[in-house]
Each structure stands twice: as C-alpha cells, then as structure tokens.
Write a protein that binds this ligand. Sequence first.
Ligand SMILES: Nc1ncnc2c1ncn2[C@@H]1O[C@H](COP(=O)(O)OP(=O)(O)O)[C@@H](O)[C@H]1O
Ligand SMILES: O=P(O)(O)OC[C@H]1O[C@](O)(COP(=O)(O)O)[C@@H](O)[C@@H]1O
Ligand SMILES: [Mg+2]
Length: 465
Amino acid sequence: MAISSPESTDLANTVSTPAGSVELQRLPHLTDYLSNIETRPNPLQSNPYYHPSHGFYISDSDVVFRRITFDLAQTPNSGSKQPAYHRAGPRKEVVFDPTGVRAAIVTCGGLCPGMNTVIRELVIGLWELYGVRRIFGVGAGYRGFYSRDPVELNPKLVHNLHKKGGTILETSRGGFDLGKIVDAIERHGFNQLYIIGGDGTMRGAVKIFDEIRRRKLNIGVAGIPKTVDNDIGIIDRSFGFQTAVEMAQQAIAAGHVEAESGVNGIGLVKLMGRSTGHIALHATLSSRDVDCCLIPETPFFLEGKGGLLEFLENRIKENGHAVVVVAEGAGQELIPRTEAQKEERDESGNPVFLDVGSWLKSEFRSWWSRSHPNELFTVKYIDPTYMIRAVPANAVDNMYCTLVAHSAIHGVMAGYTGFVSGPVNGIYAYIPLVEVAETKNEVNVKDHKWAWVRSVTNQPDFIRV
Ligand SMILES: Nc1ncnc2c1ncn2[C@@H]1O[C@H](COP(=O)(O)OP(=O)(O)O)[C@@H](O)[C@H]1O
Ligand SMILES: O=P(O)(O)OC[C@H]1O[C@](O)(COP(=O)(O)O)[C@@H](O)[C@@H]1O
Ligand SMILES: [Mg+2]
C-alpha cells in the first residue's frame, strides 16, 4: 500500500483498515538536524553483482504493518491506531560517500547464537555492497569505545565467523558512560554505528543517538536486536532464538531419558529466560516430553491442592516419571533469600537470580522423603545455561543475520538513524530505536500458545483453591 512520503510532514501518515487507522512511524533521518546533507545515487547502481531494475529499490512509501490480521466483520474503530514501519532495503539515493565512511560495530550484553554472523555480514555487506573500506570493531561492549583501541576489520578477517559461536569483538555488561562513549566516537571519526545487543543495549543506543543528535554530528546509528531470551518487542523474534530452542530441546530430551530410566524419576531442566519464558515455552512445545513448564509470566506454588507437588505426585503415579522445565526467572519470589541477595544486580543493573533449579531439586527431594519415605526417587537436574547460547547459529538464524545486517546497512547509507532493523510479520523493517527500547516481549499467558502448552503438558493453572 502506498503512503505519501514521511519526509514531507512531521505527522505520521495514516491509512484506514477495518481495525482503525494505521499510522506510519516516522524514522529519524540525518537531515532532521543537519542541513548540509547531500544525496548521491546508490553505489549498488554500479555494483557488478546487482542489476537494479524496477522494484529493486525500496521507496519511503513502502511500509510494513505491525498488525496484519483484521476481522472484516468488526465495526471499524476510527479511534484505534495501529503502527506501520518503513520497509527495509536499499534506497535509490544514499547520503554517505563510501570512501568517507568509518563504520563501527560493537556487541553488548549476553551472548546469542549468530552474533559473529551479524559482524561478518556487516563487514562483508559494507565492503561488497557499498565499497566501504574503513570498518572497525569496538571490543568489549560499550566500555570498549573509550577503553580500547578499535580493531580494523575486512572480509578476509571475518570470512569464517558464521561457523563460530560468541562474538570475536568480545562483549560486556555495564560500563555505559554516555559522555565518554560519544567523545570516543567523535575522536575515532566514526560516522556509522552498528550496535548489536539486547534490551539494555537498545536503551543505551537511544541515549547515544540522542546525544549525537544534540551535538549535531553526522553519524548514523542502527541497532541490531539480539536476545536469546526473545524479550525484545515488535520484531518477530531475535536471530539465534531458534538455535537456542534447538539446544534447549536436547537438554529436555536428556532430562526425559534420565527421568524415564530412574525409579520415580524427575528430569528437571532449567533454561534461560530472565523475565520471559519464550525459550522454555518453545522448547516444551517442540519436545512434547514435558509434564510441566514454569515461566516467569505466570506464578506457581509447591504445596497444597492445585500445587506443583500434587501434580507431580499424580504424574509419577500415572507414568512412573515426570519432566519439569523451568525458566530461570520463574518462581524467584518463592526462593528464600537474604536482604543482600534481594538487592544484588549485575554490572548492567539486571537483577541477579537465585538458582531456581537447585532450589526445586532440593524441594522435590525433601517432599518425596517426607511423603514416600520408603520408595526410591531420583531428580536429575540439567542446567544447560550457556550451552544454548554459546553455539554457532543454525542455517535459518544465519540467513536472518545476513538480512538484518544488510537491512541495517541500507538504512544507515540512506541517512536513516536512531532505528532498529528487524523482521515484522516476516518482512524486514526499520523501527524507531526508542520504540524498540520501550517495548518488551512477554509470553502472553492468555493467548492460544500458552493454552497449547497447557494442553500438551496437562499442567494445572496453579490457582490456590
Ligand atoms: N537504561 C540503560 N541506559 C544506558 N545503558 C544501558 C541501560 N541498560 C543497559 N545498558 C547498557 O547496555 C549494555 C548491555 O545491557 P545488558 O542489560 O547487560 O544486556 P542486553 O543488552 O543484552 O539486555 C551494558 O553495557 C549496559 O550498561
Ligand atoms: O551472561 P550472564 O551475565 O551470566 O547473564 C546471563 C543472562 O544472559 C541472558 O542469556 C541473556 O540476557 P541478555 O540478552 O539481556 O543479555 C539471560 O538469559 C541470562 O539471564
Ligand atoms: Mg537484556
């Protein structure tokens, strides 16, 4: 659907749908605060591998709707507003002369499968698509801007990165000092920033973008969302999430074998998920061996009618074993902790959790020895934590990494800034950074997917009666 150019007005453009109006989310552009920006034809025009023909370039009126399902029987609600985003892709005109580009790439926060692939694809994309030759890696996360010398990257150096887990640039938490970071960016002469990181990183990127804009610097800022927990909103999912789910499934399979092979066995698997249970949910749905999936979005309790122990008692009676999957952030409020533990934070300010798996294991054991003192029992606790994220991305995630990296490059070259590239309903789009930083993706325990989990596991609602 065509929407007139957003640059022509400060107001978002609107289109009517059965569910109300759809508003185009305006993207920041370098011309918003710099008057001397000149445009030039996209260098892809003369790239030997591309033959731009009709439809190759994406125009500013190409949009992606955030919501794509509508009920045609619904009375149109003119008061309701749905967002639309600019579609990602090469623009006919760019604002950077490739020979003057000094691009910086940084990775922040925890690992996620595919981070190295994104680095690779940014370097190769900038080099091959646009002819950029000065590309730098900033080491050790945000603190690296002011505490390390940047490392120059080229296609040869990054060639094999898609086969490696982790990030060659190294990553860290904390160390966010806005003044020092932007001073260092100026000092190094960077004019394109590619910031790969999670929700915390995106909140930091908003501040960097705001400060760059305040200083009126000719620097494009793109965020590339990475989150193994899948806790970033608006985008369909993060790269690496699918790979992590596959690894999680292997841990569940092992837990199942251990549980089945013991007498009255419980296989207990703890999976990553600081405040969202997406990995646990998806691994549960795909493995189908799980009897109970515990996630941070919905509380549970142990003792009494309708509790976890009663459920496990029945399950072990029926099947001889049970498999419990728990996301690391689930049940934190149930675990006894000292005042100091309540306050504990990591360098980025994220709460530090107690090990819900170890706590559950010990609770299960004491419950069984109390209630069945003369019967054998075993709990096998599997904690694969870092194994699910410290691996190379699978094929699908690697493809995603290429598309998200190239999308970011096209956007920055065209002068867009303060944006995130990512898939929305399967189409790569540019989303304002600030919107991404403010939106969290939690498991909706009221929708059909959670009902599906419960129908697969038959677990209770954990409502006290
Ligand atoms: N609100 C914030 N403002 C500025 N920087 C932040 C903010 N939250 C986190 N950061 C910084 O972002 C980086 C990564 O954050 P963290 O929460 O550890 O990981 P992730 O980005 O993966 O969620 C850290 O350097 C941290 O200091
Ligand atoms: O790497 P650390 O500091 O041990 O932190 C582990 C945390 O990192 C994660 O893997 C990812 O979190 P972020 O994406 O927010 O960095 C969480 O699932 C987990 O709680
Ligand atoms: Mg985070």
